[in-house]
Ligand binder design. Structure first.
Ligand SMILES: [Mg+2]
Length: 262
C-alpha cells in the first residue's frame, strides 16, 4: 500500500473519462456517534457538483445506508446513488437496479428480534434499512461487545434467517444483509460497465465492505483506502477522512492536465 500524494499515473490507455465511486461514512463524512448526524465534509458538496457537471466524469456514492438515507444527504441531481451496499442503485429519478426485494420481510423480522433482544444494552442502535439491518455499538461500553456479538450471531442462525441473511462487520457495526452474491464490488463493476465502460474507475472507501470494491477494481482502476491498513486490497491510502476533499481535487487536477495534454 502506497501513500497517495497526488502524483500518480492513471491506467488511462484507451480510457476516456473518470468514474468516481465514493463511500459515504468515514470517507465523505467523519464517523460520528449518532449515524443520523453524519455531515458531508466542508467543501465537498461544491467539488462534487463541479466534477459531476463535467461530461467525462461520473460519480456514484455507494453506501451501506438505505438508498433514501444516502440520497437525502447529498441532494445533487446528477450523481448516481447506491444504497444497501449496492442492492439499490438510483440515477436521475429512476432505479437502475433493485435487487433482493424478497429479503425485505426477512430483514424486517430480524430487525424486530434484534431490537427486542438488544433493548437493554446501553447505546445500541438497531437500524432497519429495508434490505439490511445494522446494529451500531459505537456508544456502547466495550464490556457489552461479547453479548451483542453473541445475540446477533444467534439471530443470524435462527430459523428463517439462517442461509438467507449473512452477518458482516465493519467499524463499530454488525450487519445482517442478503446472503447473495452481491456486494460493493459487484455493484461498482456493474454500474461502470453499464454507464461508462471506457472511463477509468476510481474507488475511495474506508471500511471492510469497501474491500470487495478494492478487489474488484484492482486490475482496472485506482483504489484508495482512508487509513493505512496492511491487509487492504487498495493500491493507495490517505491518512484520514479530512484528506478526501484534497484528494478529490488532486485527482480532478491530474485528470484535467491529462486531457489538456491529449
Ligand atoms: Mg465507510
Amino acid at each position: 500500500m502506497r501513500h497517495f500524494n497526488g502524483n500518480i499515473i492513471f491506467k488511462q490507455k484507451g480510457r476516456q473519462g473518470l468514474f468516481l465511486f465514493l463511500d459515504f461514512d468515514g470517507t465523505l463524512s467523519r464517523l460520528v456517534a449518532d449515524p443520523d448526524r453524519a455531515r458531508l465534509l466542508p467543501g465537498l458538496k461544491n467539488i462534487l457538483k463541479k466534477l459531476a457537471r463535467h461530461p467525462h466524469i461520473r460519480i456514484m456514492i455507494i453506501s451501506g445506508r438505505s438508498l433514501a438515507d444516502v440520497r437525502k444527504r447529498f441532494g445533487i441531481n446528477n450523481l448516481i446513488y447506491a444504497g444497501n451496499h449496492g442492492f439499490e442503485i438510483y440515477f436521475k429519478k429512476r432505479y437502475l437496479l433493485r435487487k433482493g426485494k424478497k429479503y425485505r420481510a426477512i430483514v424486517s423480522r430480524a430487525s424486530s428480534l434484534l431490537k427486542k433482544q438488544l433493548r437493554d444494552i446501553p447505546g445500541v442502535i438497531v437500524e432497519p434499512k429495508g434490505l439490511s439491518v445494522a446494529v451500531h455499538f459505537r456508544n456502547t461500553p466495550y464490556s457489552y461487545l461479547a453479548v451483542i456479538k453473541k445475540t446477533v450471531e444467534v439471530i443470524s442462525k435462527s430459523t428463517g434467517i439462517k442461509n438467507k441473511l449473512a452477518l458482516t462487520t465493519g467499524k463499530k457495526i454488525f450487519e445482517l444483509r442478503p446472503h447473495k452474491n452481491w456486494n460493493k464490488g459487484f455493484a461498482v463493476r456493474w454500474v461502470w460497465q453499464k454507464m461508462a465502460p471506457k472511463a477509468c474507475p476510481i474507488f475511495i472507501g474506508d471500511d471492510v465492505t469497501d474491500e470487495d470494491a478494492f478487489e474488484a477494481l484492482k486490475k482496472d482502476g485506482m483504489t484508495i483506502r482512508v487509513g493505512k491498513k496492511q491487509k487492504s486490497a487498495a493500491l493507495y491510502y490517505i491518512k484520514q477522512t479530512e484528506d478526501v476533499v484534497k484528494t478529490l481535487s488532486q485527482i480532478a487536477q491530474l485528470f484535467f492536465n491529462q486531457i489538456s495534454k491529449n
